[in-house]
Design a protein around this ligand. Structure first.
Ligand code: NDP
Length: 288
């Protein structure tokens, strides 16, 4: 069965919009999300447009600060500091990847941790490691919501995460550990990946390689969360490409009990969690 990320995210957007309307009725200003985008990466522009559309639909003010591709590091840092210190801004994100030559790590560290609605600041990641309340990274938090939607008991569930990036693999592994799953983390040096995946009751694939995980590696009845968003050429489409995940969906969906499609699975949840974090920060700033 498909896990419908669009519909689960839609419910979250609906609830956020309702809450924002209540605050506005009480005479409060709307929450405010600012996004810094550097350069003209078409995929990044698409993601930012989706964030803008959803934020606006939820009644959240959205400011896009679009900087030139050749913006020097110091100028970027100054813009992040200025926006982060602006009391009218509740949440701030820097859209990644940044153009070559800019230091992503240094840039992200300049965001005030209490406005870091992407949840990627080292302080928020540190809090997550220590099981303290923090702003959770959006894609991993969205993945947990999708898994919870299946109603499956996660205690002790044999879970395999493929990928160990700072934005998906590592933080989602920590969140799954918090949910009492028994977590195995795999990466490009892992030996016998198919053998490990075949034992997984829950698989999270975050690799970035089109349909790399084959359907016959999936254990019967497993839950499969496919984070991959890979574009492959398809001249029959208007855009000239189509999106596929990291898992061979057609064959895997015949074996999995639940599976996320790509697109339409994890992607919408990432945006939903971003707006949820923005509302959380807004309420904390105003002690609501
Ligand atoms: P990264 O490139 O940062 O990390 C990829 C991970 O996959 C690495 O840990 C790498 O291992 C591992 N890997 C690569 N090749 C293999 C292999 N042959 N076998 C096992 N592991 C392998 O990617 P991200 O984590 O940023 O993203 C992963 C995917 O998720 C991408 O398709 C991305 O577009 C998508 N994504 C989707 C989001 C959404 O909202 N839907 C949000 C974020 C990402 P090693 O560490 O050893 O190199």
């Amino acid at each position: 069965m498909n896990i419908d990320g669009n519909s689960i995210a839609g419910k979250i957007f609906y609830d956020i919009a309702a809450e924002v309307r209540e605050f506005i009725k009480k005479g409060l200003p709307p929450p405010h999300l600012a996004v810094i985008l550097v350069g003209n990466n078409p995929a990044s522009e698409t993601y930012v447009n989706i964030k803008k559309k959803r934020a606006t639909e939820c009644g959240i003010d959205f400011t896009l600060l679009h900087l030139q591709e050749d913006t020097p590091q110091e100028e970027l840092i100054a813009k992040i500091r200025e926006t982060s210190n602006n009391p009218a801004v509740d949440g701030l994100i820097v859209q990644v990847p940044l153009p070559k030559g800019l230091d992503e790590k240094k840039a992200l560290q300049e965001i005030s941790p209490d406005k870091d609605v992407d949840g990627l600041h080292p302080l928020n990641i540190g809090r997550l490691v220590q099981n303290e309340d923090s702003l959770l990274p959006c894609t991993p938090a969205g993945i947990i919501e999708l898994i919870r939607s299946t109603g499956r008991d996660l205690n002790g569930l044999n879970t395999v995460v493929v990928g160990r990036s700072n934005i998906v693999g590592k933080p989602v592994s920590l969140l799954l550990l918090k949910e009492n799953c028994t977590v195995t983390i795999c990466h490009s040096r892992t030996k016998d990946l198919p053998g490990i995946i075949k034992k997984a009751d829950l698989l999270v694939a975050a690799i970035g390689r089109p349909e790399f995980i084959k359907g016959d590696w999936i254990k019967e009845g497993a839950i499969v969360i496919d984070v991959g968003t890979n574009r492959i050429e398809d001249k029959s489409r208007e855009k000239g490409y189509r999106q596929v995940g990291d898992v061979e969906y057609r064959t895997a969906s015949g074996r999995a009990s639940y599976i996320t499609p790509s697109p339409g699975g994890v992607g919408p949840m990432t945006v939903a969690m971003l707006l949820k974090n923005t509302l959380k920060v807004y309420k904390e700033h105003r002690a609501l």
